[in-house]
Design a protein around this ligand. Structure first.
Ligand SMILES: NC(=O)c1ccc[n+]([C@@H]2O[C@H](COP(=O)([O-])OP(=O)(O)OC[C@H]3O[C@@H](n4cnc5c(N)ncnc54)[C@H](O)[C@@H]3O)[C@@H](O)[C@H]2O)c1
Length: 365
């Protein structure tokens, strides 16, 4: 993975975000990023904390006072009960507005911690130390902090940019193989929405890209693309929607499986269905559609991704999608590999009928 730092200033609130890339970053953490803090609360889950929390605290205690709050791992913990437990602990510690939160873990810890930081004392600084491939290439970037409710995924949330993101491929060595596919899905998505050369590279030797060693080489490029999209449209008024390719149906599949099918696997299935819709609507070029289908089917088969198709449930969860206006489902769809479709008035969301959505699920049979 390429070393170095990227600095982005998000125009909306002039929030600066520094993204640090490097090998063994825990030992080399730039301590100046934490200057001026009264306290740093490290939030982690029960799996990741055992692996990395002590080492990280040892390093960070050279910069500020720290404490560790551990939540249960897994999607089921990303809820308001966990948020309120963390906020209560922070209040019990008497923390002030100069304290900050650092998320050490995957997307579940990252989203929960970001949400906590955005509401504690009306908002304090936070940092991301992502430890899954998915969190490194996707969830730690962009400032979306969503929490699940019993009626759907990420139904409550805030936009809150982290002050710093620390990305080190070294922590991926302990990541279970089953987690790789989650990040792989987002990497492939990024290539389809914005980088044809990257897609060609993955397509030319797909077997290689099932290994973490190879995927590590794409982390920085994927981050850069996501950052540049978010910088242009932080609040997702239009352009940022391109990042949601595969997610309208993907999220609905994930929720309909009661979160048994992971986010990344669901997004791979979502792209298969949404790609089919784009092709049927004559938006997505035939040749590129076939190439995308071949690659995604290869990934699907390699990881044995299967679902119990419950069309009614999937449709009702899709109707909760945040891009819906009135009763119309809207999806961001590709025009060709490396480029997303926009309508004549520049909209990156295409109306899709419920019937079409349901028919697209036949691609997964
Ligand atoms: N905010 C966003 O923009 C955004 C984008 C995409 C996904 N998400 C969210 O991210 C979440 C999924 O994140 P995820 O895929 O990282 O899952 P996760 O956070 O549940 O982590 C997966 C599992 O891997 C373990 N783990 C994490 N790092 C490890 C390591 N280095 N070594 C060993 N085990 C490790 C965790 O304990 C957990 O059991 C979902 O809630 C999704 O909604 C958010």
């Amino acid at each position: 993975m390429a070393q170095g730092t990227l600095e982005i200033v998000f125009p909306r609130r002039s929030e600066k975000c520094s993204v640090f890339f490097g090998e063994n970053l825990i030992d080399k953490l730039p301590l100046e990023a934490f200057s001026g803090l009264s306290y740093l609360v490290i939030v982690s889950d029960d799996v990741v904390s055992k692996l990395y929390a002590q080492k990280l605290r040892d390093r960070l205690s050279q910069a500020t006072k720290t404490c560790l709050i551990v939540m249960q791992h897994g999607e089921r913990s990303k809820n308001l009960l966990t948020v309120s437990k963390i906020v209560k602990k922070m209040s019990d510690l008497g923390l002030d507005r100069k304290s900050a939160v650092l998320a050490l873990g995957g997307g579940v810890v990252g989203d929960t911690s970001g949400f906590v930081a955005s509401i504690f004392k009306r908002g304090i600084k936070y940092f991301q130390f992502p430890t899954t491939l998915l969190a490194q290439v996707d969830s730690s970037i962009g400032g979306k902090c969503g929490i699940d409710t019993e009626w759907g995924k990420n139904q409550i949330g805030t936009f809150c940019q982290p002050a710093g993101i620390f990305i080190t491929a070294s922590v991926l060595d302990t990541l279970p193989k089953s987690e790789i596919v989650n990040g792989l899905g987002e990497i492939v998505k990024t290539s389809i929405i914005s980088d044809r050369t990257m897609f060609n590279e993955i397509e030319s030797s797909p077997e290689d890209y099932f290994t973490i060693r190879k995927l590590k080489t794409l982390i920085r490029r994927t981050c850069e693309i996501k950052l540049s999209v978010v910088e242009k449209d932080e609040l997702e008024t239009n352009f940022r929607r391109i990042l949601n390719y595969g997610h309208t149906i993907g999220h609905a599949i994930e929720a309909s499986s009661d979160y048994k099918l992971s986010h990344g696997k669901s997004v791979i299935l979502g792209m298969i269905c949404e790609g089919w819709i784009a092709n049927k609507l004559r938006i997505f070029d035939d040749g590129d559609y076939d190439r995308q289908l071949k690659l995604l089917s290869n990934i699907k088969d390699h990881y044995g991704i299967k679902i119990l198709l419950n069309r009614r449930k999937i449709l009702s969860f899709a109707m909760l999608d945040k891009k819906i206006t009135g009763a119309t489902i809207r999806m961001s769809l590709p025009k060709e590999i490396g480029k997303m479709y926009s309508s004549k008035d520049g909209e990156f969301a295409v109306p899709v009928s419920k019937e079409m959505l349901v028919r697209s699920l036949d691609c997964l049979k």
